[in-house]
Every structure is written in structure tokens, then in C-alpha cells.
Design a protein around this ligand. Structure first.
Ligand SMILES: [Zn+2]
Length: 566
């Protein structure tokens, strides 16, 4: 980003500036474009389209582009038929992209699920469009419609008037009745893979005169999980963090709260080797550098998952970039570990994730998790213990003098192949357990939603939070979709509906702001300590660079309890 933006050109957030307005701007959806092109060319255009795919693939954007393609009259106003290349400048094109075309109606079925809502549409279908070529009804999250509403819709779909088109979008195609599905042309929008996304971002950064390392782009692309829009909003945040300098991978890592993956792998390797003191030292280093203890545990979980997958399928891709030095190191480490011990590590870390989330001092809880993990690494694998027990053999006491696990059945861990890619919240996560913003952030971390996590930390001035209801004032830089995204995610994660409302004033400082002032206060408190003051007085120019609490390894050595109880 140039330090001095051109005058009279207010900064436009990238996600808005580069929102695709025609099919050429839709990256990664070539199949859809091909099919639509030939349908338009032959004049055989379906009456209804069904766009499906995960939340982030740009279904609504695509739906609007289809509406424009159907109604574009060309720059000269003489276009007589739908075109796969909407001009973007004619009245229908501009009014549709600004959501003010009377003949193109958008409806979110998530909030309007009833037959009355659909009846409005069914009534309207009978009348010819006012100005456009086609009346287009875009119905988002169509699977949320009630059964009655679907039945009402079905009659219209069976005999649609020639001037009406439907564009449905859904994240859950299986919940759409087959009777409806069979009357639609279906398009499966795919996630854009991270290499493709990184390449796209590189071109765009170049256009915007933004200097950014390739590694930083890769991190952004991976965190965006196949969503072009999310990747653009992350790039925007990185530009803000970068303050005009070249944006490095470290900047992005810090922004996403990701610990350096190589260092996380170091910690894991040391723990599995029983080298606890060094592992705790490394953790302290990461913490001082700004890593969030919860994110460290999450990264250790990802590491465990990656190593297990490498054991099952050596070519596995994922947490560590294929071909990188870290991927090679991870593969070497995986070869030394058994699936059983990796499964046990997974269980300890998963349990630890919640302890760290709920702890008043997350770093202490994180250290305890590491201590437990190192200790468990020294135990013989549980499956061997169980086998020995069943065989009537002696159960060896683990080192450190802890009691041997009893002979009760050990829950069989997930097999390497079937292990979920994300750490699911056990037993669901009823919203009653959500007491504060940190709980929601922990949910986001556990469900691998780094973008929302960053937004929750930086952009929310919390006004009120109770189970099922949250009210906040969005920070000036907050993405417009924040409230909607949050509502959707909370529903996904808690299985309950949440009321998310926006306040225009008030609210607490954001968590990022709170963290910053807590850090300042801590440094100030330490500076008041007589001993520290004496040092500072004695050595002019000395400054406090870090304040750390640590658990000395020798205190932690005798393990109070066995790990096998989880
Ligand atoms: Zn046009």
C-alpha cells in the first residue's frame, strides 16, 4: 500500500472494490460459466437455478451476476437477449448491483421461512416485469423454507410464467426437497483452492501497489478457506497492520494469532520426546512474541492431526505446506510415533483446549496441558496397557510414580483416517455455556474460523451478551457482513438461534484494545517494583521488554493424576 494514497480517492475496502460484477471476475467457477454460456447461446435458459456450496463460495454474488446476465440490455441499450457478458453500465446492470431493481428481488429464507413470505412471491409472479426483461427472484438459504412454503413454491416452479426466473442458493442442498431440486438447473460452486487464491491475491496486490511476501499471501489464502471475499478482507487487514512496509509472513501470522508453525512443531517434538523444560521455554518465547495460548493449543491439535494423516497417507497436505522443510520434519517425526500415541495426544489437547479457554490465566492452563502431554508421551500406549491387562499380564507402572490406569475400557480414539479435520466441540456447545466474548472466540478457534476470530477480537465493542442474544457496536473497520456471519456461525456452532443486534453507540473497548491496555498496565506495575526500579535506575537506557510468568519445570515434575481418565 502506498503511504500517500492519491488525493480525492477515498480508500475502498478491497472486498468491495473487487467484488466480481461479471463471470470473468468469478475465479474458480469455470464449469458454471461454461454451462451457462452454452445455455445462453442456444437460448435454452432454465427457469430456476440452484446454487449450492459452503457459505463462503460467493453464491449471492453469483446469483446477482446471473440476474444481470438475464437482464442486461448492453451499453447502447439495444441488447435484445440475455448475455453471458453483462455490460455493467446499462440501467438494469447498475440497478441490480445496487440492489434497487424493482424486478429483481432478493429474499433471505433464513429470516422469512413461512408460507406468507412465499405467497408474496407467488402473487407477484403473475405480473409481468415493470422494466426488466425478466423478473428474477433470488432466494438465499432456500433450505430454510417451511414445508408449506416449499409446497407453495412448487406449484409456481411446475408452471413458471416465461418472464420469471428463480435463483436459489443454499448451503445445505440435502435439505431441499427433491421435487424442487428436480426443477432447477443445479450448480455446485466449489471452494477456490489456496494456491489459486494466493495467485489471485498476488496479481491484485501488484495492481494495488502493495508489497507482500509470498509466504504472507499463502497464509492469507489458507486462512480464507476458499473464500475470495474473506481473503480480500484479510488482505485489507494485513495492509492496515503493515503500515506501508512490506507485509511479511510474520505480520500476517501475528495478525491471525498463528504461532510460527515451525516452532509449534519444535514444541510438539520436544514434548513427545519428554523434553518438557525446553518445550515450556519455547512456549514462553511464543507467548512473549504475542501468540495466544489458545491458538498454540489449536496449532498443536492441527499438528497432531497432520502427523496422523501423514502416517495414513504420506502425501497428505494441510497444516504444513507440502514440500516445505517443516512438512519433511513432520513426516520424519510421524514415522517415529505410533497412531496410538498420536490419538492420545489428540485427546489430551482437545480436553486442554477447553481448559485453556475457561482459565483465568490461559498461559498457565496451556503450560499444564503441555506438562500432561509430555508426561503421557512417556507412558506406554494405552492399547498396549489394555492388551496386557486382558492378557492377564502385568501392567507396568508409568514413570513418575503415578497410578497405573485401571482396567476399565478405554474409549477407542478416532482412527487416523477418520479423524475430523477440525476440533469439534464435544457434546455440542449449548449457548448457555457462552458467557462472554472470549467464549465465542474459543468457539471460533475450536471450529477453525480464524477470520471471524480476528474480527471478534478487533471489531466488536460489546454492549450486551447473554445466552442467545448479543448486541455490539461494530468497529469502524468491521466488515459489513460481521453481524450476519456471526449469527450464522453461532447457529452452526451452538445449534440454537441467536439474536445479533447492532448498536450505534457505546460498548466496551474491543478485546484487542483491552489486551493492549492490560499489557501496558502490567508493564507499569512491574516498573513500580522496587527491585526493577533499582535495576532501571542503575542502568540508564534499560527497558522492560517482556513480563513473564512461568511454571518452573521442577515444580511440575511429580504428576498429580493420571491422564487416562478423559
Ligand atoms: Zn448491462
Amino acid at each position: 500500500m502506498a503511504k500517500t494514497p492519491a488525493p480525492a480517492q477515498p480508500y475502498r475496502v478491497l472486498a468491495r472494490k473487487y467484488r466480481p460484477t461479471d463471470f470473468t471476475g468469478l475465479i474458480g467457477q469455470e464449469a458454471l460459466v461454461r454451462t451457462l454460456s452454452s445455455a445462453f447461446a442456444t437460448g435454452r435458459i432454465a427457469h430456476a437455478f440452484m446454487l449450492t456450496g459452503v457459505r463462503v463460495v460467493g453464491k449471492t454474488t453469483t446469483a446477482r451476476i446471473i440476474a444481470r446476465a438475464l437482464n442486461c440490455i448492453g451499453a447502447d441499450g439495444k441488447g435484445a437477449a440475455p448475455t453471458i457478458q453483462p455490460c455493467g453500465v446499462c440501467e438494469p446492470c447498475t440497478s441490480i448491483s445496487e440492489s434497487r431493481n424493482v424486478d429483481v428481488q432478493e429474499m433471505d429464507a433464513a429470516s422469512r421461512t413461512g408460507i406468507d413470505d412465499i405467497r408474496e412471491i407467488i402473487e407477484g409472479v403473475r405480473y409481468a416485469p415493470i422494466a426488466a426483461r425478466y423478473k428474477v427472484y433470488i432466494i438465499d438459504e432456500v433450505h430454510m423454507l417451511s414445508k408449506q412454503a416449499f409446497n407453495g413454491l412448487l406449484k409456481t416452479l411446475e408452471e413458471p410464467p416465461p418472464h420469471v426466473k428463480f435463483v436459489f442458493a443454499t448451503t445445505e442442498i440435502r435439505k431441499v426437497p427433491v421435487t424442487v431440486l428436480s426443477r432447477c438447473q443445479r450448480f455446485d460452486l466449489r471452494r477456490i483452492d489456496s494456491a489459486e487464491l494466493a495467485a489471485y491475491l498476488a496479481v491484485l496486490a501488484d495492481k494495488e501497489n502493495v508489497k507482500i511476501e509470498e509466504g504472507a499471501l499463502a497464509l492469507i489464502a489458507r486462512a480464507a478457506e476458499g473464500s475470495a471475499r474473506d481473503s480480500l478482507s484479510l488482505l485489507d487487514q494485513a495492509i492496515a497492520h503493515g503500515e506501508g512496509e512490506t507485509i511479511t509472513a510474520d505480520t500476517v501470522r501475528l495478525m491471525l494469532g498463528l504461532a510460527d508453525r515451525g516452532r509449534v512443531l519444535d514444541i510438539f517434538e520436544k514434548l513427545m520426546g519428554g523434553n518438557l523444560a525446553e518445550a515450556l521455554g519455547d512456549l514462553g518465547g511464543l507467548y512473549d512474541a504475542g501468540a495466544d495460548p489458545l491458538a498454540v493449543v489449536q496449532d498443536l491439535l492441527e499438528t497432531t492431526h497432520f502427523l496422523t494423516r501423514v502416517k495414513v497417507a504420506p502425501a497428505a497436505q494441510g497444516f504444513f505446506d507440502g514440500g516445505s522443510g517443516e512438512a519433511k520434519r513432520a513426516a520424519d517425526l510421524a514415522a517415529k510415533l505410533s497412531v496410538a500415541s498420536l490419538t492420545r495426544a489428540w485427546q489430551i489437547l482437545l480436553k486442554g483446549l477447553f481448559e485453556v479457554r475457561d482459565a483465568t490465566r490461559p498461559i498457565s492452563a496451556c503450560e499444564m496441558v503441555l506438562i500432561r502431554l509430555a508426561h503421557a508421551a512417556e507412558l506406554p500406549p494405552t492399547d498396549k496397557l489394555v492388551k496386557d491387562f486382558l492378557d492377564g499380564g502385568a501392567v507396568p507402572a508409568p514413570r513418575g510414580g503415578a497410578a497405573a490406569p485401571s482396567g476399565r475400557p478405554v474409549p477407542s480414539g478416532p482412527s487416523g483416517a477418520a479423524m475430523p479435520a477440525r476440533a469439534p466441540m464435544p457434546e455440542g456447545a449449548p449457548s448457555a455455556s457462552i458467557r462472554n466474548l472470549e467464549d465465542i472466540i474459543a468457539l471460533a478457534a475450536a471450529n477453525n474460523a480464524p477470520i471471524l476470530r480476528v474480527a471478534l477480537e478487533n471489531y466488536i465493542h460489546l454492549v450486551h451478551l447473554e445466552p442467545g442474544r448479543i448486541e455490539f457496536r461494530p468497529h469502524a473497520r468491521a466488515p459489513r457482513t460481521l453481524a450476519g456471519d456471526l449469527q450464522q456461525k453461532l447457529r452452526d456452532w451452538t445449534g440454537e438461534r441467536w439474536a445479533v443486534s447492532i448498536a450505534s453507540t457505546g460498548g466496551a473497548p474491543t478485546l484487542a484494545e483491552q489486551k493492549q491496555s492490560a499489557k501496558t498496565a502490567r508493564f507499569e506495575a512491574v516498573a513500580q517494583d522496587p527491585l526493577v526500579r533499582a535495576v532501571l535506575d542503575r542502568f540508564p537506557g534499560a527497558e522492560i521488554v517482556a513480563v513473564r510468568d512461568t511454571i518452573a519445570p521442577d515444580v511440575a515434575a511429580p504428576m498429580p493424576e493420571s491422564d487416562s481418565e478423559s
